[in-house]
Design a protein around this ligand. Structure first.
Ligand code: FES
Length: 571
């Protein structure tokens, strides 16, 4: 136990005019005087919003956290931050991830908080909150909102990954509009985030494998009463973490990042994991690079049979034993000695985990798929790397040589993809430029671009696609993402042209543009930027300061942290 004075005493421990001001206005909420007697003040950072449907149950969850905080002798204070709902926010929620991280960082530092509980759910609400908290580095625990119950449509299970299938089916004429509406009604039938191993579930698994949550956080469905129990226990635990002064920097070590990469490979987590984990590492000051994702996931097979790489849903993962059962299976690979939020090691937390369904969680010796994780590609088409998720790709396309069909931006793609005269066949490589961090701006999830209608009509279901953008964690296909440097910066990716030959060799981790060095030099000398850079507001700040995907797409001036000290005191 620490005897370090609580930072909240710099507010509530004051006497005279200052203490009066700090306490008197809080008392208008009906708070009794003993709340200010020196007990830990715990912030509950809430991303509740009716515009973020995945997090719309968070007021309820916050109540459970509060119960736990009171039970452990703390004083809870709930505060809102900007909430990023993946489905409504335009142009893309990713544009605002770094903005929210600033909101979180400054909200924590500026207020009398000794510890904080982060309520995270929809995709970006997890990394943005964790990034912001890392830059302050006080005791912090994460409570995820949980996934929705599995969707139902005509007697079968559906989830977000089916949207891509439905969309292609409607375009090819094999599904009617009426059927699509039935599917829409059955997809999101309970509270919670996407029910597949998309980005939200990947993030929930990331925080559990990093040690930032209590065990079990990743998979308990939002509608299951045990999600509330976890929230209440997390409320109790954060009070103890404050007393122990167990800060984020003690949990987030290089080894815990390596654990998260290995677990992400085993569950077939989203490619967005890469960008977010790099950004989190950058905030807490742990060295991590793109190549680490390949290095630490290369020998880990896919053992979780979950959509979009497999068959089942998050609900099934929970009933099969949840992430503890996955991590138990990885025993011997993971760093068991990493300390976690409950004060115990990762190894101790998962030592007695059991698997109840081997169809959902396979074993290392008999995995669901031999290849998993993320392959980091290198080559002259992506001087700083690109990524592909082999478990979500088509086996026969993992080596492929084809002619590029280039779209200069998303509007160009939309205008021409279904043109019957487009010179494209199933061996072509679709290339989409200017959907990177700076170019779009905000790096939207358009990398798994739909196939040309005329090829869908022929029954083609996958092609090699390359972009400098991202893909939804629920997406799939032979899709190469995060090409860096992005087209907006004028590297080789900026000058690839229709008709050029591209060679993909995932086994060799290679992505080559088969055009002579001399020709590339000539094209680059002629290259002119085609994007618009905003001259006002947050978008301008973002475009001037965002880093490339291989560095985590954080704003350059937000890397690292400023600690929890408040430099100036106006009272
Ligand atoms: Fe919120 Fe998928 S839209 S998690």
């Amino acid at each position: 136990m620490q005897d370090k004075p609580l930072r909240s005493r710099n507010w509530f421990g004051k006497t005279g005019k200052d203490g009066f001001i700090y306490r008197a206005w809080m008392k208008n909420q009906g708070i009794p005087p003993d709340a200010f007697d020196g007990r830990p003040v715990i912030g509950i950072c809430n991303t509740w919003s009716e515009l973020t449907p995945c997090n719309a149950h968070f007021r309820e969850l916050a109540e459970s956290v509060k119960h736990g905080i009171y039970e452990a002798g703390g004083f809870p204070v709930e505060f809102p931050v900007m909430s990023l709902g993946e489905t409504l926010i335009k142009p893309t929620a990713m544009l605002y991830r770094n903005l929210v991280s600033m909101d979180v960082e400054e909200s924590i530092r500026a207020n009398p908080l000794d510890g904080v509980v982060l309520l995270c759910g929809c995709d970006k609400t997890t990394p943005s909150l964790v990034m912001g908290a890392c830059s302050v580095n006080i005791p912090t625990i994460v409570v995820s909102g949980g996934a929705m119950l599995t969707g139902k449509f005509r007697g079968r299970d559906i989830g977000t990954s089916d949207i891509w299938r439905f969309s292609e089916a409607v375009r090819s004429g094999s599904m009617s509009q009426a059927e699509l509406e039935l599917a829409e009604a059955g997809m999101c039938r309970s509270k919670g985030h996407c029910a597949v191993m998309g980005t939200a579930s990947t993030m929930a698994a990331m925080v559990e494998s990093l040690g930032l949550s209590l065990p079990g956080n990743a998979a308990i469905p939002a509608a299951d009463s045990r999600r509330k129990v976890l929230a209440q226990l997390s409320g109790r635990r954060i009070v103890e973490m404050v007393k122990e002064d167990l800060k984020l920097s003690e949990i987030l070590t290089r080894k815990s990042f390596e654990n998260a990469i290995m677990v992400n490979a085993a569950i077939g987590g989203s490619t967005n994991f890469i960008i977010h984990l790099l950004a989190i590492a950058g905030r807490i000051g742990v060295p991590l690079e793109l190549q680490d994702f390949d290095r630490f996931s290369r020998d880990i097979p896919l053992i979780a049979n979950l959509q979009p790489s497999g068959q089942y849903f998050m609900e099934d993962l929970y009933y099969a034993g949840g992430l503890p059962a996955v991590m138990k299976e990885l025993e011997g690979r993971l760093h068991a000695d990493c300390i976690t939020a409950n004060g115990k090691t990762l190894g101790a937390n998962n030592a007695n985990a059991e698997c109840f369904d081997r169809d959902v969680i396979a074993t290392l010796s008999h995995p669901f798929k031999a290849s998993s994780g993320v392959a980091v590609l290198n080559g002259n088409l992506c001087e700083h790397g690109a990524v592909i998720k082999p478990s979500a790709a088509s086996e026969h396309l993992l080596y492929h040589k084809g002619k590029a069909v280039v779209f200069e931006n998303i509007d160009d793609y939309k205008a021409r993809i279904d043109d019957p005269d487009l010179g494209v066949d199933e061996n072509s490589v679709l290339v989409l430029k200017n959907v990177g961090p700076k170019g779009y701006p905000g790096m939207p999830e358009v990398g798994n671009m739909g196939l040309p209608a005329k090829l869908l009509a022929k029954g083609i279901t996958d092609m090699v696609r390359i972009s400098d953008g991202r893909m939804s964690g629920t997406g799939f296909g032979t899709v190469i993402l995060h090409a860096s440097p992005e087209a907006a910066l004028g590297g080789n990716f900026a000058v690839v042209r229709t008709g050029d030959t591209i060679e993909l060799d995932v086994a060799s981790r290679s992505l080559q543009l088969l055009v002579s060095e001399e020709e590339l030099k000539r094209r680059k000398a002629e290259w002119q930027p085609s994007i618009t850079v905003s001259d006002r507001g947050y978008t301008s700040l973002y475009q001037h300061h965002v880093e490339q995907a291989h560095l985590g797409a954080d704003l350059d001036f937000l890397k690292g942290g400023s600690g929890s000290a408040v430099n100036k005191d106006s009272h």
